[in-house]
Design a protein around this ligand. Structure first.
Ligand code: SAH
Length: 347
């Protein structure tokens, strides 16, 4: 079997030292995937809310601007995790400028290809690999859309003997899951330990680490974070690991680094990290009602009035973002805010 260099490297590692944790497989696969392409849009593998319509980024920009205004207009910085093509930021910053808010822009992005795409839309941004280099002299307006779902997860499976980690093995060039031999009952929350045999628990240590860092920053310097993604209020059992390629689901163990690997985001566990820093928690609420509350209806009507020939497209985009059978139900928004910050709209 002919293998791409990443698949070959992973296979050799497994042959030498045995099966690897799913998180290691997913981290290496996604790092390669994002570093080597712009996967977003009709010709890529998947489309995201800001790419569907400018209304998404505009409403988020105005959501931040409203909080900033009601919080007596403190000095702020705009921080976006995984900005993709920079479309959300460009739309949000344009909407903010209209109401007098022009924050310095910080992008947390590892992919050189996507950094270049972001620089075309937001040339004066500053790039970082994590929050460490973002100055601590101002309140932060933090947004992450479809960022947390790309972070590597671990999976634990309940067997007759207890909970064991699912690892990735490779046989004759084909990757597949196997059950490891180390018992992990102690990391499974008490409420889930007695789950039926075959149950799967997913954890995302990288997401918890990012959330912890973000929450500490908000506690220390003020501000708010808006996290948008597909997800659930966990911890809960259930397998959500998925691969997407060319707008269709694919086998997560096929072609590492050549397709997008994601897992649903456990908003309950992320919120716990914010609670530990005394932050205020809002949501998670569904994307549909959130955007409706922020005024996507009137915004769509005004865009359609200005461009009647595009009225139908604008309406279709609005329904994709808000419809319960499209993105409106599965996608959720979680906001976490520094103690004493004004209550955000839409929750
Ligand atoms: N927010 C964008 C893009 C979502 S795709 C949109 O809504 O269109 C995921 C984004 O997260 C990409 O920009 C990807 O390069 C980035 N990313 C994934 N893993 C990352 C990591 N570990 N550190 C920083 N950025 C990461």
């Amino acid at each position: 079997m002919i293998q791409a260099p990443l698949a070959q490297r992973l296979a050799e590692g497994i042959a030498a030292s045995g099966p690897i944790p799913l998180a290691q497989y997913m981290a290496e696969a996604n790092a390669h995937y994002y570093a080597t392409r712009d996967p977003i849009g009709a010709r890529g593998d998947f489309t995201t809310a800001p790419e569907i319509s400018q209304m998404f980024g505009e409403l988020i920009g105005l959501w931040f601007a409203d909080l900033w205004d009601r919080g007596d207009r403190p000095p702020v910085r705009y921080v976006e995790f995984g900005p993709g093509r920079g479309t959300l930021a460009a739309d949000a910053l344009r909407a903010m400028r209209k109401v007098g808010l022009e924050p310095p822009v910080h992008f947390i992005e590892t992919s050189p290809v996507l950094r270049a795409a972001q620089a075309e839309r937001v040339p004066d941004a500053e790039w970082h690999v994590d929050l460490v280099g973002v100055p601590d002299d101002a309140a932060l307006l933090i947004v992450a859309n479809e960022f947390f779902d790309a972070l590597p997860i671990r999976q634990f499976v309940k067997t007759g003997e207890g909970w064991f980690e699912r690892l990735v093995d490779c046989t004759s060039g084909v990757f597949h899951g196997v059950v490891g031999d180390r018992r992990f009952d102690q990391i499974v929350p008490q409420t889930l330990r007695d789950a039926p045999e075959g149950s799967i628990l997913e954890t995302c240590p990288a997401a918890i680490a990012v959330m912890r860092q973000l929450a500490a920053r908000l506690h220390h310097q003020g501000g708010v974070a808006l996290i948008a993604d597909y997800g659930y209020r966990g911890p809960a059992t259930g397998e959500t690991l998925q691969a997407v390629r060319g707008h269709a689901y694919a086998d997560p163990f096929a072609d590492p680094g050549e397709q997008d690997l994601t897992a649903h985001v456990d908003f309950g566990t992320l919120a716990q990290e914010a609670v530990a820093e005394d932050l205020e928690i809002y949501g998670p609420v569904e994307q549909g009602p959130f955007l409706e509350a922020l005024g996507i209806g009137p915004r769509a009507a005004s865009l359609a009035a200005a461009a009647p020939d595009r009225a139908e497209d604008i309406d279709i985009a609005k329904r994709r973002l808000t419809g319960p059978d499209a993105m409106g139900h599965l996608f959720k928004m979680l906001a976490v805010a520094a103690p004493g910050a004004p209550e955000p709209a839409g929750f």
